[in-house]
Structure formats: structure tokens, C-alpha cells
Design a protein around this ligand. Structure first.
Ligand code: GUN
Length: 290
């Protein structure tokens, strides 16, 4: 069993980006600039956004964080997005999800200029992905593709089972794995809460991507020998032994599944770090392709 090490690979991606940014600026290019919008004070969202900002600094990007109280009017958020759309210095815009309940997330995401949609959540970005056109790919599935590529994992002709059909992870993941690319060319089964015989399907899988957000959902009896297992889960679970008061748990029962796998991602230290590396990659592309 080998670990797909998100720490090592994300650092390699970031080192490349840092060098590319220096080279780009030496040629007279502008500094890549990511703007993040955070509404409310959800603990996990605070952590993710802080990490995105810190990582921008690490690779030499500029970043802007716009914070709003949970109770702001929708109009205020709309005005902020429009301002960022019109700001020529801003290359990438992300609105951290989830938004407080009174917002219509779909409406808010649709306001982002697709040219700056570095999260890849806009319907135009997702539509371009479906058609195999150049686009911003949602950062988590994109990060997983970078991880598979780094480790040269054979995917062509393999059966991939993706558990979870979110617009952010499961659905784009299923599309990427089925594309005529490397990694790609998988036969993909996209599973969800109404799937019957999930265990049987998983037992047929060469590659499993667990992206449903249920701690330790994928157990050893659901995984065949030598499978590749990618764990997208990042659930906070109370843990008094940790300084923060919680531990981060994945969707895979790592301890029992890992011995059966050819490759597996740990949580933490796997997919989460790759998500940020992919977001930075999209931001650099948004800046330099103009
Ligand atoms: N919420 C959970 N994952 C993400 C992500 O990748 N981007 C944003 N904007 N919000 C998220």
C-alpha cells in the first residue's frame, strides 16, 4: 500500500507556481490576484479561507479577503461581486460556500464573471467541462486529477466508482475520469443516496472516490484488493485530545481499508491540500491567459 501524499504533491505544484509567477512577472506580467468572499463566521469556512489566503502569499500571489456579517442583504453581496468582476486587477473570485441559509447560492455563483470563476462553479465552467473545452475545473476534482497524474496511476479502462453527486466534487469528478485524457478514460459509475447495491458496485471498482461527507462510510468489506481509494471527506469530529477540540475525519475507514489498497489518500494530508494547489493553479491561469 502506498500513500498518495497531498502534502508532497501540493508542495511540488506550489513550487512550480511560485517559479512560474516569478518568470511571468519578469516578463512584465501582473501579480496574480485572488479575491475571496466570506459571509458569516462558520468555523470550517474561516479555516479554509485563511488557508487559501496564506497559500496565495506562499506562491507570490496577491489576495483580497472581503468579509461580511451573516445577516447582510443579498444586494450587498451582489454589489461586492460586481465590483470584483469590474476590477481589472482581480484575476480570480471565489465565494466560500456554504452561504447563510437566506442566500440563493446558485444565483450568487451565477453572478461571478466566468473569466474569473477560479472555483469552476459557474454553469458556464461546468458546461465547458462537460464538452471537454478548456475551463476552470472545480478545485477538488482537479486536485485529485493532479494527484493521480503525479503518481502515474493507470486509469485507462479502469472502473471508477464515485460516491456523491455534488456539483462541486462528485459530478465533475465523474466527468473528468470519463474524459479521453490521462488520467481519464475510466468507465465511471456515479453513485448517490438512491443507489442500490452500493457495496457490490464498490467491490467491482478499481478506483473509488468517496465524496459523500459521512465519516468512515467506506469500510474494508466494500473495497477489493489493490483498489485505489481517494477520500474527499473532511468532517470535524469532537476530540478532546486535540488543541482545537476536534479532529478531521474522512469518508473512508482508513485503518481497515488501507491494507487492501494499492494507493490511498490520508485525511488530513491528502485531497484537502490538493484542492488549494488546484485553486492556485486556476488563479494563475486566469491571470496569464488574458
Ligand atoms: N466549500 C467547500 N468547498 C469549497 C470550495 O472548493 N470552494 C468554495 N468556494 N467553497 C467551498
Amino acid at each position: 500500500m502506498k500513500i498518495l501524499d497531498g502534502k508532497v504533491v501540493s508542495q511540488a505544484v506550489k513550487d512550480d507556481l511560485k517559479a512560474s509567477t516569478v518568470a511571468w512577472k519578469e516578463k512584465g506580467g501582473k501579480t496574480p490576484h485572488l479575491a475571496a468572499i466570506l459571509v458569516g463566521s462558520d468555523g470550517a469556512s474561516e479555516t479554509y479561507v485563511a488557508s487559501k489566503i496564506k497559500n496565495c502569499e506562499e506562491v507570490g500571489f496577491k489576495s483580497t479577503l472581503l468579509r461580511f456579517e451573516a445577516g447582510i442583504e443579498e444586494q450587498e453581496l451582489i454589489a461586492a461581486i460586481e465590483q470584483l468582476n469590474n476590477d481589472a486587477d482581480v484575476d480570480g473570485i471565489l465565494v466560500q460556500l456554504p452561504l447563510p441559509k437566506h442566500f440563493n447560492e446558485e444565483k450568487v455563483i451565477n453572478l461571478i464573471d466566468p473569466e474569473k470563476d477560479v472555483d469552476g462553479f459557474h454553469p458556464i465552467s461546468l458546461g465547458r467541462l462537460v464538452q471537454g473545452l478548456p475551463t476552470f475545473v472545480s478545485a477538488t476534482p482537479y486536485g485529485i486529477m493532479l494527484l493521480l497524474k503525479h503518481y502515474n496511476i493507470e486509469t485507462a479502462g479502469k472502473h471508477a466508482v464515485v460516491i456523491g453527486r455534488s456539483n462541486i466534487v462528485g459530478r465533475p469528478m465523474s466527468i473528468l475520469l470519463s474524459q479521453n485524457t490521462n488520467p481519464g478514460n475510466c468507465t465511471v459509475t456515479l453513485c448517490h443516496s438512491k443507489t442500490q447495491n452500493l457495496k457490490d458496485l464498490c467491490l467491482q471498482a478499481d478506483i473509488i472516490v468517496a465524496a459523500l461527507g459521512k465519516v468512515s462510510f467506506l469500510t474494508a468489506d466494500m473495497v477489493k484488493e489493490n483498489a485505489v481509494v481517494i477520500d474527499v471527506g473532511i468532517t470535524r469530529v469532537a476530540d478532546a485530545t486535540k488543541k482545537s477540540g476536534f479532529a478531521i475525519k474522512g469518508d473512508v475507514d482508513f485503518e481497515n481499508v488501507a491494507p487492501k489498497c494499492s494507493y490511498i489518500t490520508p485525511v488530513p494530508g491528502g485531497v484537502g491540500l490538493m484542492t488549494i494547489a488546484a485553486l492556485l493553479t486556476n488563479t494563475f491561469a486566469a491571470c496569464t491567459r488574458k
